[in-house]
Every structure is written in structure tokens, then in C-alpha cells.
Design a protein around this ligand. Structure first.
Ligand SMILES: Cc1cc2nc3c(=O)[nH]c(=O)nc-3n(C[C@H](O)[C@H](O)[C@H](O)COP(=O)(O)OP(=O)(O)OC[C@H]3O[C@@H](n4cnc5c(N)ncnc54)[C@H](O)[C@@H]3O)c2cc1C
Length: 115
């Protein structure tokens, strides 16, 4: 492969002097903490993109939310930033609901603000 590429470059008139030669493959990415060596989490096929990606809510553990390329909306830096924003909105909503629930319980128990 390397020889083919060099021959192609040479034929096209480009210099073929190699200054740095580094090979990176999925085992390197796995060593950097990427599950199964995949740099993109789930592949971004249609049925694993946008609303079809795993949700950012962990229903079995209330109050746990996810951000990143493995959850909605998808892979790549712009999508991951959107994902962080969506997770932050989920957290804010969860906290608002928790406070409202707590106030409702206290009010029902006649504890008011101080109880
Ligand atoms: C070679 C390459 C080129 C790319 N090019 C582009 C591009 O041009 N444009 C673009 O938009 N996107 C590109 N991407 C994709 C983009 O980098 C990712 O989609 C994005 O960084 C994913 O963000 P993330 O926060 O979900 O995960 P990551 O950025 O992978 O962050 C996850 C972090 O969690 C850490 N971690 C893992 N396991 C644990 C653990 N158990 N405990 C604690 N920490 C842990 C990891 O070390 C890592 O720092 C590229 C990716 C690669 C690999």
C-alpha cells in the first residue's frame, strides 16, 4: 500500500521523501479509551443518527443523563456540542421538577419553608 502510494505520488511529480512515518489504527484508539477502538461511537448510519441514537436519559437511574457522540444527536464535534446542550437542558428540567416535587410534599405535610 505504502509503495503504491509513493509510486502514485512520484508519477504525479510530487516529492516522495518521507520525513515522518506514523501508523495509527483502531488499537491505538482503543488504547486512548475509545470503546472497541472506534473513534465515532456508534456508526452514523441513518437508523443510528439524530432521534434514532440511544437517548440521553438513563430511565433506570433518575437524574443520570448522557452527553457525547454515543447519544443524541450524533457524532462529530458540532453534534457533541449540541449533545452537551441537550443534556444540560435535561439536568435543569430534572432539578426544576425535583424542587417542585419537594415543595409540594412539604406543603402537603404542612411543613412550609422551614420544616
Ligand atoms: C481521527 C479522528 C478524526 C476526527 N475528525 C473529526 C472532524 O474533522 N470533525 C468533527 O466534527 N469530528 C471529528 N472526529 C470526531 C470527534 O472527534 C468525536 O465525534 C468527538 O470528539 C466525540 O466527543 P465525545 O465527547 O463524545 O468523546 P471524546 O472526545 O472521545 O471524549 C471522551 C473522553 O472520555 C475519556 N474516557 C473514556 N473512558 C473513560 C473512563 N472509563 N473514565 C474516564 N474517562 C474516560 C476519553 O479518554 C476521552 O477523553 C474525529 C475523530 C477522530 C478519532
Amino acid at each position: 500500500m505504502k509503495e503504491e502510494l509513493l509510486a502514485f505520488l512520484d508519477d504525479a511529480g510530487y516529492p516522495t521523501t518521507i520525513v515522518t512515518d506514523e501508523f495509527v489504527d483502531p488499537t491505538d484508539w482503543q488504547g486512548q479509551g475509545m470503546a472497541a477502538g472506534t473513534p465515532f461511537a456508534l456508526s452514523h448510519t441513518f437508523l443510528q443518527t439524530g432521534p434514532f441514537r440511544p437517548p440521553n436519559v438513563e430511565r433506570r437511574r433518575p437524574g443520570v443523563f448522557f452527553a457525547g457522540s454515543g447519544t443524541v444527536p450524533g457524532v462529530g464535534v458540532p453534534m457533541v456540542l449540541v449533545s452537551g446542550k441537550l443534556a444540560a437542558a435535561r439536568v435543569a428540567d430534572y432539578l426544576r421538577r425535583s424542587v417542585m416535587k419537594s415543595v409540594a410534599h412539604r406543603t402537603a405535610a404542612g411543613l412550609g419553608d422551614r420544616g
